[in-house]
Structures are given as C-alpha cells and as structure tokens.
Design a protein around this ligand. Structure first.
Ligand SMILES: [Zn+2]
Length: 376
C-alpha cells in the first residue's frame, strides 16, 4: 500500500462539523463559559454561570447537605423536656436552647435516617395503644386486659376469644379507615420526599405511615406487625382488602378466592383442593412471623448503608425482636463519628432499655406531634 493510500485510512482527529452541536443549543443546565477567561477567575465565572441557569430547567441537581462537625453534643442520655421548653422554664432555658439546636441539626444534616416508630405516633388520632386509659372510650376496648387478644395461643384457644378478637379487629379496621395521619406522619413524609429517610420500621398496624406518603415510598416503610387494612388467606396466601362483614358472619372466614378456585376446578372435573381461611394481616405474639426473612433482609441492607441517625419514636420498646433490631442499628450508627441516637416519647425509657441501648444522645420527653414545629 502506497503512503498516499495509507493516509486515506487514518481515523479523523475531530468529528465532522455536521455532528458538532452549536454553542447555545445544548441541553446543559449551565450557560456556556467564556473559554478565554484566566484560570484564576474561572471559579467565580462558573458560580455566576450556575446562578444564571433557569429555575425551570429540566435538569435536577440533588442538593447534598454535608453534615458539619457538631459543635455541641449533649452528654449521654440527656433529657430534653419539650413542655419545660414550651413553658419557658428559666432554670433550664440555656440547656434547652442548646438541646433544641442539636435536635434541629440532627434532622437537618442527616441523610440516612432510620425511624423505629410505635403507637405513640398514632394516639393523637384516637387510635389507642395498650397503655391507654381504660376509663376512656377507646381504652375500654384496648387496655392491658385485652392485650391477651394479641396472643396467638389465647385468641385461637376457644370460640369466645376468637369472637372478641374479631370484634377488636373490626373496630381497629374501622378506626384506621376513618382517621387521618397525624402531623408527625406528615413530617416523616416530608423527610422521605427530601430523600433523607433510609427506612421507617413501624410497629403500628393502622397503616397510617403508608396513608401519609406517596406509593413510591412504600418500600421505605416496613410494617413489623402487619396492617389491619388487609386480610390474608393461610392457604393461597392472597392478601386483599380487609372485609369486616366476613368476620361478623364467620369466626374464621373461608377464603373467597380458594372457594372460587374450587368451583372452577370442580367444573373442569379436577379434584377438589383445600379451602383456606382468612385472617387479618397482622402478626400476633407467639406466632411465627410470615415476613421475618424479608425484614431481616431490609435490616441487612440498611446496616450496610451506614445510617447516620436513629429515631426511636412513640415506643417504649417492649418487643424483644424490635429491641434487638435497635441494638444493631445503635452499634452501626455509633461507629460513625457523627452518628446520632434520638429517643422521642412521652415517657422516659426504662433503665433496662437505657442499659440495652447503651447510648442515647438525646431523650426528647414529650408529645412527638410537637416535633415538626420545633425543628422547622
Ligand atoms: Zn385462599
């Protein structure tokens, strides 16, 4: 091959002019930069250029709030009394101001928040928890005595207890359908929308966390004890909307889907199969957790991502499985320089829980519904 011919096979050093976009027609968020600018002035020009970009630009730049080194960290297990602060009690005013600032910074600068929620975030709606006053209307249905109605071995021991259980479930389902999420639920939703929450683990069965958020965030919410808005068949495992009338007519209702399937099989001349039973999609004490494996997987994923803030809210941590989950998160978060543990409840954690957790940065004593206004 002659040298002349060889040159025709060389790759072009620049693309043909027809493929080069003209300056100003680009989709970039940034305006074109003057290339003749001196290097020393380049940074200020870049800043100016980014300010000029249109707010209606299709490009979204995720704002990253880097966590600054904390100037103040309360001593371990410090109590911040919300009511004292709101009442302006002077003897602890200075400390309260500092603790409130710490609380604000905790939410402002954390971007991998784990929330472990309990009944306390829903009680403002009128949905009771086990500690509700038995003299109140709701407390009559939900108190320490009726707690046994959440024990699998007791509930299914006789017809009378099943009937009481069904009545309680129908009532809780009715409440969950009629009440609206609280201010604190919406606060969690705001944090989700800001992409600051890694996961919400809730012990509540009212489903209000999901009601407060867009369905896009459903995988961010783990309902540790199920959801009273659904019922599940123990044979075909279908999960469908809870129907209270079924539980009024039958102690343990037959699964409608299994029955329909049986009819189809019979018409097709196939042998009959078992018909499953519907149960509310909640997990009782002394029952094997049907989603135990799935929850463990969520835990593993979350621990690997090194969360930076643990918020234990509206719970006194009575369930052993939840306590052990808290311990794992505390260990991981405390291995970070800026990791923070918050405990928010209207009663102090027991000494046993304090010892188990080992390190709480701030115990916020008071109604969690006050938190959104305090930190904003
Ligand atoms: Zn079924």
């Amino acid at each position: 091959m002659s040298p002349k011919n060889k040159s025709t096979y060389q790759l072009p050093l620049t693309p043909p002019s027809s493929t080069v976009k003209r300056r100003g027609t680009s989709n970039s968020c940034l305006e074109p930069i003057n290339v003749n600018i001196k290097p020393k002035k380049l940074l200020s020009e870049l800043k100016k250029s980014s300010q000029l970009s249109s707010p209606a630009s299709p490009c979204k730049i995720r704002k990253i709030t880097r966590k600054p080194t904390l100037k103040y960290r309360p001593i371990v297990n410090t109590i911040f009394n919300v009511q004292d602060y709101l009442d302006g009690i002077s003897k602890s005013k200075k400390d309260n101001e500092k603790n409130l600032e710490f609380l604000k910074c905790s939410f402002k600068y954390s971007n991998k928040i784990i929330v472990i929620a309990g009944a306390g975030i829903s009680t403002a709606t009128g949905i009771p928890d086990f500690r509700s006053n038995s003299s109140s209307k709701e407390g009559l249905l939900m108190n320490k005595e009726t707690k046994s109605l959440f024990d699998y071995n007791y509930v299914y021991s006789n017809d009378d207890s099943i009937e009481k259980f069904n009545k309680l479930m129908n009532h809780l389902n009715h409440l969950s359908n009629t009440v609206k999420p609280t201010k604190f639920h919406h606060f969690l939703n705001d944090l989700l929308e800001k992409n600051k929450i890694q996961r919400i683990y809730t012990q509540n069965i009212d489903g209000l966390e999901k009601k407060a958020v867009s369905s896009n965030y459903n995988n961010k919410i783990v309902q540790l004890h199920g959801d009273i808005n659904f019922m599940t068949c123990n044979f075909c495992h279908i999960r469908t909307s809870y129907d209270p009338t079924l539980f009024e007519n039958q102690l343990i209702p037959d699964c409608l889907y299994c029955m329909e399937n049986q009819m189809i099989r019979r018409n097709a001349g196939l042998r009959a199969r078992s018909i499953g039973k519907f149960r509310p999609s909640i997990v009782l004490y002394n029952e094997l957790h049907p989603s135990g494996e799935e929850i463990m997987q969520f835990n593993k994923i979350d621990l690997k991502k090194f969360p930076d803030l643990l918020v234990i809210v509206g719970t006194t941590l009575k369930i052993p499985g939840v306590i052990s989950m808290v311990k794992n998160f505390v260990t991981k978060i405390k291995s970070r320089k800026n990791g923070i543990i918050l405990f928010i409840a209207n009663e102090l954690p027991s000494q046993r829980i304090i010892d188990i957790i080992g390190h709480i940065d701030l115990i916020v004593l008071g109604d969690c519904q006050a938190i959104p206004d305090l930190v904003e």
